[in-house]
Design a protein around this ligand. Structure first.
Ligand code: FAD
Ligand code: DLZ
Ligand code: SF4
Length: 509
């Protein structure tokens, strides 16, 4: 007699996920389901779908090897209802049970589906994170502003990572100041470890090609790790060869090197093949061994125990309306060049092209190129957010929405960011090699050939004067704008409007 169904979702592929820990191998059945609905509620990048499905299949094999009974639905099973709730109901009927144990999904959409499911569902907290919801709520309670930096210090104290007694190792909590070097001439890291598709992956690639081949993004070559052992190898490879320079070049961008010194571990962390603490301990060990400098280790660990935990806390703290916020009232449609259409802006074109091939762009490309442009141009944050959720292999709503709606688009009204992340072309030029060879001229501010980021930057500040002119961190920007003579200001705004009109009418910009 089967007692309960234990649902394991495609981003819950960890032996220590709560529902598995609470389950009984002898009496419960694990349910895993590849379903069309999860692959297409946004048009996920084919590489992302392949990663999730291949990793699910391998995890199911591992569970069976460990003695679990697994009811696994493949995408093209004829009886597959193609939805998570549908598959749960089908399995409940098949095994004659109504009790279901699940780990809370990382997306309100799916939480609601499961809460509404007419079965006896028990939902456990997902404790594969360093902070529980209760701890985050206790931290947030009574604070006027929920800034990451203070949260991060508590995480350092809690984990003991990079601590010297009760003081931060190296004498400072944050070495961000050392981590802003512009693009290097030469990159010595050959990039993330790549894996040849094995039989399981090859079968999944054929399936994804047939079912989701029309989605934006290149399925092949596919080289992601798809099980825990491979993900650990990829982590070790990064720590050994890439980490030492991660800090220095964290914010740099190169047109023809997508990865620089980045780790490419977020897809593995987010589907459960790696845990945040094991990743950080590996980085801390490299620093303790004297293999990497403190600015690299601290910079990396801050992203994982700081930003990653903090954005998750914000997502659940703010509630289900958070992903739909539009605090700056932006409604312009996402232009076709986000989906691979032509643009003469070399920075945007390169960032989108690598997104299309790799399902990856690093933080600064997401924030200061595609995100910056979207914010300056006043694109609808809902459309922007859907794009990010679809195109990146690491995108799951709990982490995507705070980064996009909050950090990048300021659509949460400043919950995450104390000021909007906007810049003119000068920042992109300083941090990258994109501007060389661009159709536009980064040093031209108005008229023929002016860099659109230069025009739109002032247009953004001008149209949101009421919202931002009193922000202490933006005073300088407004003073510079106000010092320009009136005619020049009018020209900038007219050229910016002309650019936006051209873009929105579908002309190539
Ligand atoms: P590295 O640069 O090597 O950083 C190490 C690790 O730190 C990452 O693997 C990641 O787990 C963590 N990390 C770094 N920054 C963040 C952050 N801001 N939030 C959460 N974790 C972070 N990250 C996602 O995991 N999923 C997303 O959907 C996502 N969407 C983003 C959208 C925008 C607009 C922006 C600005 C950032 C987004 N990020 C997202 C954060 C960050 O860009 C990615 O985590 C990072 O690029 C992943 O690549 P990496 O593993 O090479 O990271
Ligand atoms: C992303 C994804 C995809 C593409 N496919 C599946 C699937 O077929 N079955 C499944 O259980 N999970 C899938 N996922 C992951 C879910 O979308 C994810 O669990 C939710 O978005 C919550 O984070
Ligand atoms: Fe981007 Fe402007 Fe530089 Fe062109 S000139 S790459 S549009 S920042």
């Amino acid at each position: 007699m089967v007692a309960r169904l234990i649902l394991i979702l495609g981003d819950q592929l960890s032996e220590n996920v709560a529902a598995l820990c609470a389950a009984d191998k002898d009496r419960d059945v694990v349910v895993m389901a590849e379903v069309g609905d999860e692959g297409s509620y946004v048009p996920h990048h084919p590489k992302k779908i392949a990663l999730v499905l291949a990793a699910m299949r391998k995890f199911a094999t591992q569970l069976r090897g460990d003695g679990w009974q697994v009811a696994y639905s493949e995408l093209d099973d004829t009886e597959n209802s193609q939805s998570i709730a549908g598959e749960l109901l089908r399995r409940a009927d098949q095994y004659g049970v109504s009790k279901v144990l699940i780990t809370r999904p990382g997306e309100y959409r799916l939480i609601e589906v499961l809460e509404d499911c007419p079965l006896d569902v028990e939902m456990l907290e997902d404790d594969r994170f360093i902070t529980s919801h209760a701890e985050f709520e206790a931290w947030a309670e009574g604070r006027k502003a929920l800034r990451m930096e203070y949260f991060y210090r508590d995480m350092r104290r809690k984990t003991g990572l990079l601590m010297d007694g009760d003081q931060p190792a190296g004498g400072k909590w944050n070495f961000d100041h050392d981590n802003r070097k512009p693009a290097p001439g030469e990159v010595t890291f050959s990039g993330p470890m790549q894996f040849e598709p094995d039989d399981v992956v090859t079968e999944v690639l054929n399936l994804v090609e047939a079912r989701f081949g029309n989605h934006f993004g290149d399925l092949r070559p596919f080289w992601f790790a798809t099980d825990q052992a491979q993900a650990r190898q990829a982590l070790a490879h990064f720590v050994r060869y890439g980490l030492a320079r991660f800090g220095d070049y964290q914010d740099a961008m190169l047109a023809d090197n997508q990865f620089l010194y980045h780790a490419l571990v977020s897809p593995y962390l987010n589907i459960g093949l790696l845990g945040p603490l094991e990743v950080c301990r590996a980085v801390e060990d490299a620093w303790k061994a004297g293999d990497v400098p403190i600015n690299a280790a601290e910079g990396f660990i801050r992203q994982v125990i700081g930003w990653r935990e903090y954005v998750r806390g914000i997502y659940f703290h703010e509630g289900p309306d958070y992903p739909h916020r539009n605090g700056l009232d932006h409604h312009r449609k996402l232009p076709a060049f986000y989906w691979g259409g032509e643009t003469r802006m070399r920075c945007v074109s390169k960032a989108v092209a690598q997104t299309e091939t790799e399902a990856y762009a690093h933080h600064i490309q997401r924030l200061m190129v595609t995100g910056n442009f979207a914010l300056l141009a006043g694109l609808s944050p809902a459309e922007v957010s859907e794009w990010y959720l679809a195109v990146y292999a690491d995108a799951f709503e709990w982490v995507e929405a705070p980064n996009v709606v909050g950090m990048s688009q300021f659509a949460d009204g400043g919950v995450i960011a104390s000021k909007p992340y906007v810049s003119s072309g000068a920042y992109i030029n300083r941090m990258s090699d994109y501007c060389k060879g661009c159709h536009y001229k980064v040093n031209v501010k108005t008229g023929e050939g002016a860099c659109p980021f230069n025009l739109l930057y002032w247009h953004f500040l001008d149209r949101h004067r009421d919202r931002f002119s009193n922000n202490a961190r933006m005073g300088n920007m407004y003073r510079t704008w106000d010092r320009m003579d009136e005619e020049r200001r009018a020209t900038v705004l007219r050229d910016a409007e002309a650019f936006l009109d051209k873009m929105s009418s579908g002309e190539t910009v």
